[in-house]
Design a protein around this ligand. Structure first.
Ligand SMILES: [Zn+2]
Length: 308
């Protein structure tokens, strides 16, 4: 049976802070006509430039996926894109009055909840799919990342992470259908290792972090002095390490929340193909660079054009 495209039944606003820039802003999701896809519009800039959420516009993948055209950028698009595809939104115009998507709690939950509030409007045109005819594999030797897609009637994703640390070693997550995204994957928050966190803080790279938007894994001994310093940086009375090896800023929703978040990122990054995939995805050690290179490989194979 044919499935129809969907958009939002009404406009919605979400405000928040960008994780990396620390800027506060508002994002407004507007309904859009069939075939429009997902496009961002920078309302704070002259001429209100638009950037389609498409793999051909990816310009950076360090600490998040960034799209850009000329000097205009939109940072950290992956969590909102995952929420849109998970909720069945094919077409939307997203106004943003800053250069980064608000991080909220580091998951897709707030975007999903906002979309749920207004609901989905089914549209007149049918959905188009990318059907995978033969297996495609991307292997990155420097990171050991390996992503594979093989033919299947439905989209599914299997992720395995392997950080080779005591607190976060091998961990797996599985999504058998996008219809399970909202409950199984959307609430899963991003994570960081304590040593990375200190580096990012010291280099002013996470101005919007407040210890509520990431799971912090502690993979080495940490002194009380360091914990006190973190408490001051994050404006918390006390910071300590819990038995599971994470900081006490939050409770895990799932024992494998980290792997589930990496799966969320894969869903968001692959949605940059602009159409839904029919295929079985297996991702070992995924990351934004690997995910977007994999999406480019799929795009290039489908279009049989040279692309880099
Ligand atoms: Zn993420």
């Amino acid at each position: 049976m044919a499935e129809f495209q969907g958009t939002l039944a009404a406009s919605i606003h979400i405000s928040g802070t960008g994780l990396h820039t620390g800027k506060q802003g508002t994002m407004t999701f507007h309904p859009a006509s069939p075939g429009f896809g997902i496009q961002f519009r920078r309302t704070d800039l002259e001429g209100k430039p638009m950037i389609p959420a498409h793999i051909t516009h990816v310009v950076d993948t360090a600490r998040g996926t960034t799209i850009g055209i000329d000097s205009v950028r939109i940072y950290t698009i992956e969590h909102v894109l995952a929420a849109l595809i998970g909720m069945g939104v094919d077409n939307a115009l997203i106004d943003l009055n800053m250069d980064e998507i608000p991080i909220r709690d580091g998951s897709s939950r707030y975007f999903v909840e906002a979309i749920e509030q207004v609901g989905i409007q089914t549209q007149s045109q049918t959905r188009e799919y990318i059907e995978i005819k033969e297996e495609l594999v991307l292997h990155l030797s420097d990171t050991g990342s390996k992503l594979r897609i093989s033919p299947a009637d439905e989209f599914s994703v299997e992720v395995e992470i392997d950080y080779a640390t005591k607190v976060l070693g091998k961990q797996k997550a599985y999504l058998s259908s996008l219809s399970e995204f909202n409950t199984e994957i959307a609430p899963c928050r991003t994570f960081v290792f304590l040593h990375e966190l200190e580096f990012l803080l010291n280099n002013n790279l996470i101005k919007g972090g407040d210890l509520s938007n990431a799971i912090v894994f502690v993979n080495r001994k940490v002194s009380q002095e360091e914990l006190d310093r973190l408490a001051t940086l994050f404006n918390k009375p006390k910071v300590k390490v819990k038995d599971e090896g994470i900081l006490n800023n939050l409770e895990l929703y799932f024992p494998n929340e980290a792997a589930r978040h990496k799966l969320l990122d894969v869903v968001g990054d692959l949605s940059l193909l602009g159409k839904r995939l029919k295929g079985k995805v297996q991702a070992y050690k995924p990351g934004h660079y690997a995910n977007t290179e994999f999406a480019k490989l799929i795009y290039k194979t489908l279009n049989s054009i040279s692309y880099d």
